[in-house]
Design a protein around this ligand. Structure first.
Ligand code: V0V
Ligand code: CO
Length: 142
């Protein structure tokens, strides 16, 4: 069901500082930036590699406010890994299958994600303490 690790989401207080860190120390390249109001984040994708069905990235996340998923996470745990995202061929299919296994879905339906992907989250309490995201990459433009 999982094609690749699409991204690892990293929570931080200052996204510009963290982008500069990854660019200068490792030569990573920002391929997308977006403010996602629905998710309460400013995010940037740094490309690592091409992978089956999409790419593989580091996703840097700065909260838009304290009362957002990433804002609450930073207050409780500080900066660090926030979620792991797996690439799937079809996020609605994956949600049906995973929901059928009794794993709690945070999103019953796909939402808008980075680079026009469709995303959905699985509850960390049913995933060994790991907030898990499913990502269906946007179809390639021809
Ligand atoms: C919270 N918990 C986590 C966690 N966040 N555990 C592991 N990883 C995380 N990131 C634990 C927390 O320690 C608590 O455990 C419990 O879950 C309840 O947490 P809470 O602080 O009371 O917060 P809630 O329940 O209000 O919200 C937690 C959830 C929320 C996971 C439900 O953060 C959520 O809906 N997240 C999905 C959306 C999201 O994260 N968006 C930002 C990324 P104890 O203390 O009770 O044991 S947006 C993104 O990735 C995009 C746009 C993309 O394109 O990829
Ligand atoms: Co993400």
């Amino acid at each position: 069901m999982f094609l690749r690790i699409d991204h690892v989401g990293i929570a931080c207080h200052d996204i510009e500082e963290k982008i500069a860190f990854y660019e200068s120390k490792f030569g990573l390249r920002v391929v997308s930036r977006e403010v996602n109001e629905e998710q309460g984040v400013k995010e940037a994708m740094l490309h690592i590699a091409d992978a089956p069905g999409g790419g593989s990235y580091i996703q840097l996340l700065e909260p838009l406010g304290p009362d957002t998923p990433v804002g609450k996470f930073l207050a409780k745990r500080g900066e660090g890994v926030h979620h792991v995202a797996f690439g799937v061929p079809d996020v609605e299919d994956a949600l049906r299958t995973i929901g059928g296994e009794g794993i709690r879905l945070i999103d019953e339906r796909p939402r808008h994600g980075s680079m026009n992907s469709s995303i959905a989250f699985l509850h960390p309490k049913d995933m060994g303490g790991v907030l898990t995201e499913l990502v269906q990459a946007a179809p390639e433009e021809s």
